[in-house]
Design a protein around this ligand. Structure first.
Ligand SMILES: Cc1ncc(COP(=O)(O)O)c(C=O)c1O
Length: 392
């Protein structure tokens, strides 16, 4: 039976590409197709488009265009940041101690674990509160003279908590450590001014702010001679080898420009929809907890633990009724292990298997929310009744 309607509430996993962005990209597939490294006119046209995109992104980040490196997305930006900065710091004699949190995206935690396991780095994972809050006092207590890099996620992808980045970055600098933040979820919703944030490195991914998938950027503060994590040609001033993806880079710049211009209106709408969703779920569905921080929270993000319900079954039921949701992180789909983020926040493995993430976008309506809340309520009721039946 076809679903009566569809409601997409998984904007933290990905957003639709804005038609204005698609239009801006189109000429760069088959009209302006030169390799931006070629010196002839075809190459120069592509290079000009890339440099315009770099300038446009730099305006939003309040940095120099030369401080932007284009990558294939958030994962690559995170890898380049922690590896490139860690290797550089060690080569300069700063030390090999890395600090991060247990609530990072795996694109940060996996390279850090690799560096600790294979390359002699030491890694410290800071404690977090039950709301995934990183306390600056905990960072201060764990910083050392040999701390090379601190990496803390700006807005958490699973539970939406927004970290106090300016305070954390300032603390890292008091001990000569570099500070990286993964701003993949924050982009389009929170302030991306790198001077105000005080960060040295910041990762972005276009598909989270209505741009194309497979393109991202890393802000690298001037003067940091990062070791390239992807070696080869001298693209991006030797910091990232690989032929530029001209249409996607143009698309990312356009998407960020729109997101920046419309940030206030969009986030006001997200907040209104998110709060309807949170209130609806908490009042209509019994035995549900809100996860993450109540106030310091991404405007688009609602996340819960639905007690006594297996998240993967709930997502299937919701999908059959046309509601697209997530168990926490799109990158964890198919992984039956309870979320490490929720465990680090102090939830039991049983509770952590009931995670539900609903993230709104600028096309989300109040009707969508009403439908989604009722669908979650009915699906949870059914799953709990089935579980009771099989248990008896
Ligand atoms: C916080 C965060 N960092 C990094 C990534 C990875 O970005 P990409 O999908 O562009 O590789 C994601 C994607 O979900 C994310 O949410």
């Amino acid at each position: 039976m076809p679903a009566p309607r569809t409601v997409y509430l998984d904007h933290s996993a990905s957003t639709p590409c804005d038609p204005q962005v698609v239009e801006a990209m189109m000429p760069y597939f088959s009209e302006v197709y030169g390799n931006s490294s070629s010196s002839h006119s075809f190459g120069r046209k592509a290079e000009m488009a890339i440099e315009d995109a770099r300038e446009s992104i730099a305006r939003v980040l309040n940095c120099k265009p030369t401080e932007i490196v284009f990558t294939s997305g958030g994962s690559e930006s995170d890898n380049l940041a922690v590896r490139g900065a860690g290797w550089m710091q060690r080569a300069h004699g700063k030390g090999a101690h890395l600090i991060t949190t247990p609530v990072e995206h795996s694109a940060v935690s996996a390279p850090i674990k690799q560096m600790a396991g294979l390359q002699g780095f030491k890694a410290t994972f800071l404690p977090v509160s039950s709301e995934a809050w990183v306390d600056p006092e905990d960072l201060a207590a764990h910083l050392r003279d040999d701390t090379a890099v601190v990496s803390v996620i700006y807005a958490n992808n699973e539970v939406g908590t927004v970290a106090p980045i300016p305070q954390l970055a300032a603390l890292a600098h008091t001990r000569g450590a570099l500070f990286h933040t993964d701003a993949v979820q924050a982009a389009g919703q929170l302030n991306l001014d790198v001077q105000a944030l005080g960060v040295d490195l910041m990762s972005l991914s276009a598909h989270k702010f209505y741009g194309p998938k497979g393109v991202g950027a890393l802000y690298i503060r001037d003067g940091l001679d990062l070791v390239s994590a992807q070696a080869g040609g001298s693209h991006e001033r030797g910091r990232r080898a690989g032929t530029h993806n001209t249409p996607f880079i143009v698309g990312m710049a356009k998407a960020l420009e729109i997101a920046h211009a419309e940030r206030e209106a969009r986030t006001a709408h997200y907040r209104a929809m998110r709060d309807l969703l949170i209130d609806g779920i908490l009042t209509r569905v019994p035995d549900v907890l809100l996860t993450g921080h109540r106030e310091q929270r991404l405007p688009s993000h609602a996340s819960f633990i639905v007690r006594g319900v297996d998240s993967s079954k709930l997502l299937m039921h919701l999908d059959m009724r046309g509601v697209a949701a997530s168990g926490g992180s799109a990158c964890k789909t198919g992984n039956p292990e309870p979320s490490g983020v929720l465990l680090a926040m102090g939830y039991s493995p049983e509770d952590a298997t009931g995670s539900l993430r609903l993230t709104v976008g600028h096309h989300t309506t109040a009707d969508d929310i009403t439908y989604a809340v009722e669908t979650v309520r009915a699906s949870v009721e059914k799953l709990r009744a089935l579980a009771k039946m099989f248990a008896s």
